[in-house]
Design a protein around this ligand. Sequence first.
Ligand code: COA
Ligand code: MG
Length: 292
Amino acid sequence: MRSLLFIPADSEKKIGKALNFGADCLLLDLEDSVAPSRKAEARVLAAAFIAEARHLDKRPRLFVRINALDSSEWEADLQGVLPSGPDGILLPKPRDANDVERLAITLDHAEAKAGVPIGCTRILALSAEIPIAVLTFPTYFEASSRLDGITWGAEDLSAQMGSSATREPDGRWTSPYKLARDMCLFTAVAAGRQPIDTVYVDFRNLAGLAEECRIAARDGFTGKLAIHPDQVSTINAAFTPTAAEIAWANDIVALFRDNPNSGALSLRGQMIDRPHAIRAERILARAKLAGV
Ligand code: COA
Ligand code: MG
């Protein structure tokens, strides 16, 4: 999933257009973008949309962001949306992987009751939204097998930290938020889950978004959250391997195939060994997923 677009689920208008934007995943939001008075309506709208959209041939993955486990809403959120068959749940504000486990157990029961395969409802964790969660990243190595990806959030974290800014004047993350971002990346990669970069809130600034995507893809993130439809194509482009990267990867694969007994080889004046082969295989796998 390269682009994951938030849709405030209480907005019939935004849900109505959600399939038009080319996002790889839709995140139907029941949490922060929905006022408390609109939560019940949002559950109904999200469930109706998923029940219909999941039968489409070519469709994005359909996830629901429920309310946090310390709220009084999350159980009603699950009761409201699970019968419609979402592909997964985005869990906001987990303290650590134990919260993911709590959600996973609730999903075990719901799936058993519904008679669907145990484990089919996937989980994405929205890490680093609360200060303690920046200190508990290593717990994710033991996380539920339902966990597909880990992303992170600077907005809620900054509110709790009392930071007056999360970015330097030139747009780079300030130190505490760079730490959260980097920990998310290391943890997701090391735990074998998808690393997904956070939202770019300045949604009219597509040049700024493109630069942030370039840096995220360079560092190893393979997707990014979106809040506005205009962000989707920029994100998809940035996380799709380029023709030059694919050509390079094919050359590396061919080089090792033609020299099965060599560990280190040379290509266009560069030393090539096992790490390059791994990188090449990853690029080709991502290109295949993106259909290029
Ligand atoms: N999903 C679906 N449609 C969206 C959308 C979204 N996330 N964001 C905007 N649109 C639609 C608008 O309804 C509008 O439709 P129209 O042309 O038929 O009127 C069109 O795209 C253009 O929107 P625009 O006028 O540029 O933005 P806006 O001022 O209406 O909305 C936001 C700006 C930020 C409020 C809106 O993008 C939004 O709700 N984003 C998601 C917020 C969210 O989920 N936050 C939680 C995660 S951090
Ligand atoms: Mg939030």
